[in-house]
Write a protein that binds this ligand. Structure first.
Ligand code: PMP
Ligand code: GLN
Length: 378
């Protein structure tokens, strides 16, 4: 047979987590917490199971959960997404992203994305016959040159994928960035896929600039989100997307035959848990403490950094330590120093190497202290 994805290998998250395990290294590579998710939430899911939420959820998701999501948009962004028509619950953000791309991308459609890019975007475009148009950003600031974006938009541009707070760089887009995007997409049919899985993890009192805050963007955007990030349970794989009704109709045509619906009891448990908005509003402070602890501990190390502005990732520049290729350095750190991070080149165009690694600080303070001890000795 002929592979539909000839250039796709195994995701770096699988590779680095396996290597960390093999070498008994502290795993700050793949992004997931190493502490338990809330007991209350676990109990609510168990309660949902005991109360009979064990058969298919409605195709678009448990209605209580869609109501809770809709309420969140009103509370945070003074914005309305109709719970029945404009919100669909998915198996994590990954399935939402894949389904959005499948529902809209045809052969030869162009999809603009900013590199470094989270690694599930490009294969989804390719398998649907689309063409990725990369816009490469650079460490340390990953700033967008909006003239370059303007120059890459053509009559073939079908979609633009954005992601703020940004994995892997830990940068966030400003209101100005969003306004630029809004201006460039005005009077076009371009769909925006705004991956906002880290919307509740923004530091130093910055505001998350959701696409729904900009009317011109909202009307053409899918927003994707992940409860795995918000409620510290990446293994549950529950997420959702919101979009205006006419876009969501197309999304559901694919979704209903892709998964139909996703794990029901966790949807009901999350819906009940979200009745208290503090469950998600407290995340900024929770992760800022972890970021600050980690950065204070490594401030004297040979790695250079700009504090992460959002997400639970910190990028560290190792150019003063070695000029090794980042993938080699990440592997050597895991094998020899027993600490695993993610090399950023794998998310870049043509393996561009800025000599930076990404470390996940969604870890117990004890793990962060141990990790910092190692980092300080490198
Ligand atoms: N987008 C980004 C930017 C992510 O970091 C992740 C998860 N790491 C996802 C999407 C996928 O989220 P989920 O685990 O809910 O599928
Ligand atoms: N999103 C997680 C990360 O960036 C990994 C998810 C996965 O392993 N697919 O580390």
């Amino acid at each position: 047979f002929k592979s539909k994805l000839p250039n796709t290998g195994t995701t770096i998250f699988t590779v680095m987590s396996a290597l960390a395990k093999e070498h008994n290294a502290i795993n700050l590579s793949q992004g997931f917490p190493n502490y338990p998710s809330s007991q209350k939430l676990n109990d609510l899911v168990a309660e949902a199971m005991n109360n009979g939420y064990n058969q298919y959820a409605p195709m678009a998701g448990n209605l209580d959960l869609r109501l809770a999501i809709s309420h969140k948009y009103e509370l945070l962004y003074k914005n309305t997404y109709h719970p029945e028509k404009e919100i669909t619950v998915t198996a994590g953000a990954t399935q939402a992203i894949y389904t959005i791309i499948s529902a809209f991308i045809r052969s030869d459609d162009e999809v603009i994305m900013f590199k470094p890019a989270y690694d599930c975007y490009e294969p989804a475009v390719e398998i649907n016959g689309g063409k990725t148009i990369p816009i490469q950003l650079s460490a340390p600031n990953y700033e967008v040159d909006w003239d370059e974006v303007a120059s890459k938009i053509t009559s073939k541009t079908k979609m633009i994928i954005i992601n703020s707070p940004h994995n892997p760089s830990g940068t966030i887009w400003s209101k100005e960035d969003m306004l630029q995007l809004q201006k460039l997409t005005e009077n076009t049919n371009i769909i925006v896929l705004s991956d906002e899985v880290y919307e509740h993890i923004v530091f130093d009192k910055a505001q998350h600039q959701s696409a729904c805050l900009f009317q011109g963007l909202k009307q053409r955007s899918f927003i994707t989100a992940s409860f795995g990030k918000t409620f510290h349970n990446t293994g549950w794989k529950i997420g959702y997307c919101c979009a205006p009704e006419e876009l969501m109709v197309e999304f559901r045509k694919v979704h209903q035959f892709n998964v139909f619906s996703v794990h029901h009891p966790s949807q009901k448990g999350i819906a009940d848990y979200m009745q208290d908005a503090e469950t998600y509003l407290s995340l900024n402070t929770f992760f800022q403490r972890k970021r600050d602890l980690f950065l204070n501990l490594i401030s004297e190390s040979r790695f250079k950094f700009q504090p992460s502005k959002g997400t639970y990732f910190q990028v560290l520049d190792y150019s003063e330590i070695t000029d090794e290729y980042d993938v080699d350095f990440a592997k050597r750190l895991t094998e020899e120093h027993k600490i695993a991070g993610i090399p950023l080149s794998v998310f870049n165009e043509k393996g561009k190497d800025d000599k930076v690694l990404r470390f996940c600080f969604a870890k117990t303070n004890e793990t962060l202290v141990q990790a910092a001890e190692i980092i300080n000795e490198i």
